[in-house]
Ligand binder design. Structure first.
Ligand SMILES: Cc1cc2nc3c(=O)[nH]c(=O)nc-3n(C[C@H](O)[C@H](O)[C@H](O)COP(=O)(O)O)c2cc1C
Length: 181
């Protein structure tokens, strides 16, 4: 059974990106799902002196191990001032410093973003989808959900027909890409 490592690029307990990940995962039955919370992988702010003194934090090593043991990574990124949340960027920076690895381990990735605004986190999505391939991320699909509060309900999920069919098509494409391997 293919294994998905999923998380939101947010540490908010009410994270809308986490809600989106949870919803999307409901379409991946027949997959082994490892849905983690970045709060459980908290690490000190990256600092070259700290790296020299203490090495890579255990949380970064643990997350890298999870990356190595999955077939697909699903991330939904919170957008803060047009870019990654500080917690996500810090995690990414530390993982990129582990010797002898590409941060994303040459894994297939689905990158998503949602925000309360009309742009749906497309700035951070654009940054990540351009950058991650340089760090060994094989980005096979992206999806943005704009105006989360208008388009998503806990009970019904994505309520807008076009936005929902866009997501379902994306999921279909991803499953085909995994099967064709
Ligand atoms: C510091 C900060 C900066 C933000 N900057 C943006 C932004 O640039 N674009 C945007 O669409 N939303 C922005 N937002 C709104 C977030 O997208 C919104 O808080 C969203 O809930 C974050 O996702 P999360 O709930 O998964 O953490 C910002 C929020 C914070 C706290």
């Amino acid at each position: 059974m293919p294994r998905i490592l999923a998380f939101a690029g947010s540490t908010s307990s009410l994270s809308i990106n986490k809600q989106l990940v949870s919803y999307v995962l409901s379409y991946f039955d027949n997959f082994e799902i490892d849905f983690i919370d970045l709060n459980d992988y908290e690490m000190a702010i990256f600092n070259v002196d700290r790296e020299k003194k203490d090495g890579i934090p255990a949380s970064a090593l643990a997350l890298a191990e999870k990356i190595d043991h999955c077939d697909l990574i699903l991330i939904s990124l919170a957008e803060h001032n047009g870019a990654y949340s500080a917690a996500f960027k810090n995690t990414f920076d530390w993982i990129s410093r582990i010797k002898g690895r590409k941060a994303w381990g040459d894994k297939k990735m689905i990158l998503m973003a949602t925000s309360t605004g009309a742009r749906g986190g497309v700035s951070v999505l654009d940054i990540a989808s351009k950058r991650f391939p340089i760090n060994g991320g094989n980005v096979i699909a992206t999806y943005s959900l704009p105006s989360f509060n208008d388009h998503f309900s806990a009970e019904f999920g994505i309520m807008d027909d076009d936005l929902k069919s866009g997501l379902l098509q994306t999921i279909k494409n991803v499953k085909s890409a995994l099967i064709s391997d």
